[in-house]
Design a protein around this ligand. Structure first.
Ligand SMILES: [Zn+2]
Length: 466
């Protein structure tokens, strides 16, 4: 099936054609590991996860690279104050980031290169840029001269003449020819500041440079997809293009995909605005991480997502509907049924879901197909129209969709001791056999206190979480 994506570079929805037929190389910008990530950061990570899982669903093999920025101004300032090495300071935040990814069931990248472990690759890239007359030096620092790169501004849709008197964009603390020129190499400033030896003097690489150097190292000079939050389009991704294409003379990336912000009460969530929650805050408040996952994935990636606790509750309800549906499919044993109608409903749902998803990852449309399907199949089960073949097919389809959504399995945190529940159900069955209704009710209420709801059906007693 042909997949299409909105390409920020061309501002068009384009058919996706990877460089190699079945393989996709993709890069996404990772965290600066100086603190815990907030839920707004995870919107971009969930978007990348859905993108990756969708490409796998459609048969592609993925190589995904995500950098860890473990050196920048903040990290250096804080670690100096705390009298720690930057490794000592960043290590717990790197671990926390990986743990948060697991909590949200975000599949890890294949490679997580750290900036501090690729200084040599970055130095090589600066030397290539120097050869191509795209740099200048200022007191030990090396800057990129954007006026010497012909398409600067193309990704962001900014014309070169608008750039000249544009607002100050880079918060660099060194002298530059032009405010938008950015540092490739920053000279050491403070005593005790960590720095690396280089042909340009002791210093450290600029932030933009690490993504260019590390993506090329692991994915080649030209690769398929580069993605991230829309706040990275300018200047970060524009600068990556200037560096990579300036150094290699080749096209850097074929498809640029960006997701919109997460908003809280109509405002962008960010640390500077002080209106952010970390994932840990929300889990500590008792929100199910899988309901958070659903909340982050259910809105199309290019639409702003307004985060509210009400939406998280709605997500939890949606997940419960899907889990109830699966339990019902596992429990029922249809006989007879309408063969044609059963296969038709399955085919329509499969096709509908694929069409929506392949159209620039229209996940909200795809979820619409899922819930229409749940309603249709439930109705057919009620009316004894679903065949046994249809029941098996419906379960398979649900599992296939869940390879992208990943919400059917209960989260580990609220995990239920299944053996205990089964044991209690067995005891209750005994009590009912002995007509000890009081004991049977007592067991039911005890389980209810643990958040377990029992349902008596003609096939026996089943249970689910409240
Ligand atoms: Zn980046």
């Amino acid at each position: 099936m042909m997949i299409s994506f909105y390409n920020t570079l061309t501002r068009k929805v384009e058919d996706f054609k990877p460089i190699e037929d079945c393989k996709v190389g993709m890069y996404s910008c990772g965290p600066t590991v100086y603190d815990f990530a907030h839920i707004g950061n995870f919107r971009a990570n969930i978007f990348v996860d859905i993108l990756k899982r969708s490409l796998k669903y459609f048969g592609y093999e993925i190589k995904h690279v995500m950098n860890l920025t473990d050196v920048d101004d903040r990290i250096i300032d804080i670690s100096l104050k705390k009298e720690m090495t930057i490794q000592e300071y960043t290590k717990p935040y790197i671990e926390a980031f990986f743990e948060d990814l697991r909590t949200l069931r975000i599949q890890p990248a294949d490679v997580f290169p750290k900036a501090t472990e690729h200084i040599e690759d970055m130095i090589n890239m600066i030397e290539a840029l120097q050869k191509n007359s795209l740099t200048y030096d200022r007191s030990g620092s090396v800057y990129y001269k954007i006026s010497n790169f012909k398409n600067y501004g193309e990704l962001a849709g900014i014309k070169p003449e608008d750039l000249k008197d544009g607002a100050r964009i880079d918060t660099d603390r060194y002298d530059k020819d032009n405010v938008q020129d950015f540092a490739l190499w920053k000279a050491k400033k403070l005593d005790g500041e960590p720095c690396w030896e280089s042909p340009f003097g002791c210093g450290r690489p600029g932030w933009h440079l690490e993504c260019s150097a590390m993506s090329i190292k692991y994915l080649g000079e030209t690769f398929d997809i580069h993605c991230g939050g829309e706040d990275l389009i300018f200047p970060h991704h524009q600068n990556e293009i200037a560096q990579s294409e300036g150094a290699t003379g080749k096209r850097f990336v074929n498809y640029w995909l960006h997701c919109a912000h997460l908003q809280l009460d109509g405002e962008k969530m960010s640390k500077s605005l002080g209106n952010f929650y970390t994932l840990r805050d929300l889990v500590a408040k008792g929100y199910d991480p899988i309901a958070l996952r659903y909340t982050l994935l259910a809105t199309h990636y290019r639409s702003p997502l307004v985060f509210s606790f009400e939406t998280v509750e709605q997500s939890a309800a949606a997940i419960n509907r899907l889990r109830d549906f699966r339990r019902r499919l596992e429990r029922e044993k249809p006989e007879g049924g309408d063969v044609n109608k059963s296969s038709e409903v399955l085919e329509t749902a499969d096709k509908g879901f694929n069409e929506k998803l392949s159209n620039d990852l229209n996940i909200s449309g795809a979820l619409g197909e899922v819930f229409t399907f749940v309603r249709n199949i439930n109705g057919m089960l009620d009316d004894r129209e679903l065949t046994e073949q249809g029941r098996i097919g419906a379960l398979a389809l649900l599992c296939k969709w869940d390879s992208i959504l990943d919400v059917l399995k209960e989260s580990e945190r609220g995990a239920v001791d299944k053996e205990y529940v089964e044991e209690m159900i067995a005891k209750r069955i005994e009590a009912r056999k002995e007509k000890n209704w009081h004991e049977a009710d007592r067991i039911r209420n005890e389980l209810l206190d643990d958040g377990i709801i029992l349902e008596d059906t003609p096939q026996g007693t089943t249970w689910k979480k409240k």
